[in-house]
Design a protein around this ligand. Structure first.
Ligand code: GAL
Length: 842
């Protein structure tokens, strides 16, 4: 204090005045606060549209494009978690390079003119290995995660402060002129607190205080945390959040995770959330006074390496997000949300200045009207009925509302957008082989051997305690002595080996031969192997390869959940009856021989003898290696692993991740109607097929020539069928109703350029470098079906194709007005018609 007084004296009055003005000025130009309506940036309430892009789920080379697409899609904010286990792989050893270059990522967002919501966690869930915690943290003496526990709190504070200090040093908080307008501490702790009671409540208070104490100058958020202590804002996560109210009247209504789809697990179908329903949920949230929406995920990306959590989370984290796994636009979701954001932004002045008046328009229909004192007026007209259209009277006009939809009227008069009327085109993507017929070499992994790296104990050990997650693989090896007098040796009634494992997958080898494979699922990672085994007289080697498929990322004290063979292990059908093998001597080996020598790296791969002439096919435990040149072009690439079983892939030493196409998606898929409450089980695809067949190969990981591809196959597969594919747009579709509202029309009308509503247009757009080569389908009338499988309905204009043939063939993009005269006259005058068109890009 004393030294500060001295400084003040020395500075003199003019300097003091300057400093006062400066600090006053800078707090005005770079401040983030909040009130009951919204986040307030530099004194201005904002409706903020945000999207999650997790930096390690793509490559730095992809970041600028992803961020630009997010901006073009109408986002104001990019939200990301911070991934502790990526940044501190061992205690005190930090890593902020490559895909983990957090500062670079944030600066790119800043350069694009967007804000950042930084969810430090450091617990992140996120289907990420161990929920983002480093595995070493589990072995800190006396630790217990996410509760009122001193060692945990110390570690959590240490990492949180480390990140905050780093952001401060780079001047990245908005209070310093940087892009970060919000942070997050913890993640969905409410349900855990509810379960564990008092220590949970104490931890919540501590976490909030600790975070606020770091003095970032921007607000903190806690999501799914009803009791978030002031000044921390509690926020909502879910498929819908319109029902949500913050815990204090002076906090804004924020939605930190609007789920755009859902994650895929190996063995599960691929989720899909229709764009109409997602737009409906967002419009509903905004009409109820919400002012911050974050799409989780906006770009899901890829769980490279061994970063996937779960267990059983697939390598693809596509999430059915507006930008697909590869960073390409997922249409119509991307375009439909972009149009929604424009419509919402037109309403922003009214939305931030008042609370809505709610007017009933029918049994299941409502208007939310925002009328400000300065004269701004915006209205949202909702039809919650999931089956029927509604015609409602509002003002002195009538409006037709499709089922399960909201119309947005930025002037309380004209509809510019309806959540169920998609003006954006939809695209069908395809994967085309660009490289096939790799010439493979193979190397057989040793199935069981005791060497310098193995050790022996009595009894069975928990897997993660042994591996510390350095590898997915842990060998459990033992010897079983079979007396030559055993009856089964003569009658062929082999004994049954039963192995109980806590998960996640297990290959059983008897004397070096694969005898069987079992695996669990995300719902139940536990598994049991029980089968006859061909033992011989004398010493038999039983080798169990136990495989962790990502560590759990959610659930009460998930850090204590076990993996690996915990037994019992028994052998039934011997002369003596049953033999318990659980308590005999077991030897352990962490990882594979290939891993130990670094076979996936350019240098390590030469340390083993590769088979060149008779390359193994359909053989378990095999390494494959090949080299290839990078294909030209800039389309995203992926490996088609459809012919393989289960394993891992590396390119030039970089891990692409785990593959497991042999795990077919169980459960039901069925049809998909956008209307009605969505949950992750609705609208799924791939039932009965591989949950994941393609594996993203980032372009930036390739050099022009001599790329080394290494694969480890556990089960046996046919490498000759592997291909490197490019991802492109196959066809584009538009599905437009006559008189469907459009933003363009509204702009023309509101600028006085046209008097009456105009007809909508169908826009088609192929990726640059490709052109519309044919019109696969066109029908103006009552066509049925969706992009890829349209069919004519009972009403069809005979000249439906003509306008597209004329205007679109040979073009990269084209537009056709959707009006009867364009298609040779009205084919069914008193019926509501639409146009469905599908064009092929090539
Ligand atoms: C949320 C969680 C996210 C993610 C999501 C499911 O509950 O906060 O991190 O796990 O579920 O994708």
């Amino acid at each position: 204090m004393g030294s500060r007084l001295v400084t003040w004296n020395v500075l003199g009055t003019s300097t003091l005045l300057f400093l006062f003005l400066f600090s006053w000025f800078s707090s005005v130009t770079a401040s983030v606060t909040y009130d009951q309506k919204a986040i307030v940036i530099n004194g201005k309430r904002r409706i903020l549209i945000s999207g999650s892009i997790h930096y390690p789920r793509s490559t730095p080379e992809m970041w600028p494009d992803l961020i630009q697409k997010a901006k073009d899609g109408g986002l104001d904010v990019i939200q990301t978690y911070v991934f502790w286990n990526g940044h501190e792989p061992s205690p005190g050893k930090y890593y902020f390079e490559g895909r983990y270059d957090l500062v670079r990522f944030i600066k790119l967002v800043q350069q694009a003119g967007l804000y950042v919501h930084l969810r430090i966690g450091p617990y992140v869930c996120a289907e990420w290995n161990f929920g983002g915690f480093p595995v070493w943290l589990k072995y800190v003496p006396g630790i217990s995660f996410r509760t009122d526990n001193q060692p945990f709190k110390a570690a959590m504070q240490g990492f949180t402060k480390k990140i905050v200090d780093m952001m401060k040093a780079e001047r990245l908080f908005q209070s310093q002129g940087g892009p970060i307008i919000l942070s997050q501490i913890e993640n969905e702790y409410g349900p855990v607190e509810w379960e564990i009671g008092a220590p949970g409540r104490a931890y919540t208070k501590w976490a909030a205080q600790m975070a606020v104490g770091l003095g970032t100058g921007v607000p903190w958020v806690m999501c799914k945390q009803d009791d978030a202590p002031d000044p921390v804002i509690n926020a909502c996560n879910g498929f819908y959040c319109d029902w949500f109210t913050p815990n204090k009247a002076y906090k804004p209504k924020m939605w930190t995770e609007a789920w755009t789809g859902w994650y895929t697990e190996f063995g599960g179908p691929v989720p899909h959330r229709p764009a109409e329903d997602l737009a409906f949920s967002v419009a509903k949230f905004i009409q109820k006074g919400g002012s911050f929406v974050n799409y989780y995920m906006y770009h899901g990306g890829t769980n490279f390496g061994r970063t996937a959590g779960g267990p059983f989370i697939s390598t693809s984290y596509d999430y059915d997000a507006p930008l697909d796994e590869y960073g390409l636009l997922r249409e119509p979701k991307y375009g439909h949300l972009r149009d929604l954001h424009k419509a919402i932004k037109l309403c922003e002045p009214a939305l931030v200045s008042t609370d809505p008046t709610v007017i009933s328009l029918g049994n299941n229909q409502e208007a939310h009207v925002f009328k400000s004192r300065s004269g701004a007026c915006a209205a949202f007209l909702a039809n919650y009925d999931s089956r029927s259209y509604a015609t409602v009277a509002f003002g002195n006009m009538h409006y037709n509302l499709p089922p399960w939809s909201i119309s947005i009227l930025p002037d309380c008069k004209n509809t510019v957008f309806n959540t169920a009327r998609v003006g954006a085109q939809s695209s069908q993507m395809k994967m085309t082989p660009v490289y096939r017929g790799f010439s493979w070499q193979s190397y057989n992994e040793e199935t069981a051997s005791y060497d310098d790296n193995s050790f022996t104990t009595v009894g069975l050990l928990e897997q993660i305690n042994v591996t510390r997650d350095a590898s997915d693989y842990l060998w459990y090896m033992t010897d079983v002595k079979i007396d030559p007098n055993e009856a089964f040796l003569r009658n062929g009634q082999y004994p049954v080996l039963t192995v109980l494992s806590a998960g996640h997958a297990l290959h059983v080898f008897i004397n070096g031969q694969l005898s069987g494979t079992v695996y669990g699922s995300l719902e139940n990672p536990k598994l049991t192997f029980s089968d006859k085994v061909k033992l011989i007289a004398g010493i038999n080697k039983i080798s169990l390869l136990s495989i962790a498929v990502g560590l759990p990322n959610v659930g009460p004290h998930f850090e204590t959940w076990n993996a690996g063979v915990l037994g019992p292990i028994t052998l039934k059908g011997l002369n003596e009856g049953q033999r318990d093998l659980s308590w005999q001597k077991w030897s352990y080996k962490i990882g594979l021989k290939g891993e130990t020598v670094g076979i996936q790296s350019l240098s390590g791969s030469s340390s083993v003898e590769w088979e060149v002439s008779s390359v193994a096919q359909k053989q378990p435990m095999t390494w494959y290696k090949t080299t290839f040149n990078a294909p030209g072009g800039n389309e995203p690439l992926a490996l088609d692993m459809g012919s393989m079983g289960k394993g891992q892939i590396w390119i030039n030493g970089e891990s692409i991740g785990r593959y497991w196409p042999a795990y077919k998606a169980y459960g039901s898929c069925g049809g998909c109607n956008y209307a009605g409450t969505y949950d992750e089980k609705k609208c799924r695809s791939n039932c009965g097929e591989a949950s994941q067949r393609w594996y993203h190969v980032p372009r930036s990981w390739l050099r022009p020539t001599g790329n080394q591809l290494v694969i480890f196959e556990e089960w046996g597969g046919y490498p000759n069928w592997i291909s490197l594919d490019k991802r492109t747009v196959q066809s584009v579709c538009a599905d437009i109703y006559e008189w469907q509202p459009t933003l363009t029309n509204w702009e023309l009308q509101s600028s006085g350029k046209v008097q009456r509503p105009l007809r909508p247009k169908a826009h088609l757009w192929c990726s640059p470098g490709t052109k519309i080569s044919s019109i696969k389908f066109a029908s103006f009338g009552t066509p049925q079906g969706v992009c890829g499988s349209f069919q004519e309905g009972s009403c069809h204009a005979h000249k439906s194709y003509d306008a597209f043939q004329r205007n679109c063939i040979g073009q990269q993009t084209c537009s056709v007005t959707v009006a009867p005269e364009v298609f040779g006259g009205d084919p069914c005058p008193s019926t509501m018609k639409k146009l469905s068109v599908e064009a092929i890009c090539s």
